[in-house]
Design a protein around this ligand. Structure first.
Ligand SMILES: [Zn+2]
Length: 233
């Protein structure tokens, strides 16, 4: 594969790939892709997070980088960050924030989804975009378990807002995009019972090799617990 850019951060990628580097080849958007992206952005722009959901995240030691979807869209616009599809060296990555040859930052969505024009897929794309916008807001080279938790909370907050706006919209969606991302994290974040064990194990599996916190994302107890799981494994 010809390498066009390298992912600096990625969503839900395989652990092995995240330890190394994910190579990407951005593709040119056609009319279908422009359509999906513009509808996803317009959905995102109208997303309001539930105040109780934000309080729930804060109580877990998580700080969502945006107060609503519009802040994320504005961040992409202000930084002139385009959204394209791309081929990834790790097929299990849904999306990533890639740096091109000339240092140009781009949100890349896995090309597997480039013709997915259904409403659930468009909303899923919006969720992937807001996660990467969180990384883009930072614009630094540091990543950490805490940064991923903060950005994963954006996926979950946005997902819950979409479920409220479009009841049952995701009911029949069970492809990889949903099973291993869009529908998984809301379940894990809101799992009842002590300790959030499944969430910790999942995040440790995907991101446990990272440092617990970084300069802009000081580690919470949750991030430290996840890091400890990785050391033990
Ligand atoms: Zn991420």
């Amino acid at each position: 594969m010809r390498v066009g850019s390298i992912c600096s951060t990625s969503s839900f990628g395989a652990r092995e790939a995240l330890k190394g580097v994910i190579y990407t080849k951005p593709l040119k958007n056609g009319a279908t892709q422009e359509g999906i992206i513009s509808e996803a952005l317009s959905e995102l722009e109208s997303v309001e997070f539930d105040k109780n959901d934000i309080a729930y995240m804060n109580a877990m030691g998580i700080n969502p980088p945006f107060k609503n979807g519009k802040e994320a869209v504005d961040c992409l616009k202000a930084n002139n960050i385009p959204i394209q599809y791309g081929k990834f060296s790790d097929k299990n990555v849904h999306a990533c924030l890639a740096k091109g040859d000339k240092g140009k930052t781009t949100v890349l969505i896995n090309h597997r989804y480039k013709n997915s024009t259904g409403k659930p897929e468009i909303l899923a794309t919006a969720e992937a975009i807001i996660h990467e916008s969180g990384h883009a807001k930072d614009n630094d080279t540091q990543n950490s378990i805490q940064e991923e938790l903060d950005n994963l909370s954006l996926n979950v907050l946005t997902h819950r807002a979409f479920e409220k706006k479009y009841p049952h919209v995701f009911d029949k969606s069970n492809s990889f995009f949903f099973r291993e991302g869009v529908k998984l994290y809301p379940k894990l974040f809101y799992q009842f019972g002590a300790g959030k064990t499944a969430l910790k194990e999942r995040v440790a599996d995907k991101y446990g090799h990272m440092q617990a916190g970084d300069e802009r994302h000081p580690s919470s107890k949750l991030a430290c617990d996840i890091k400890a799981l990785d050391i033990l494994s």
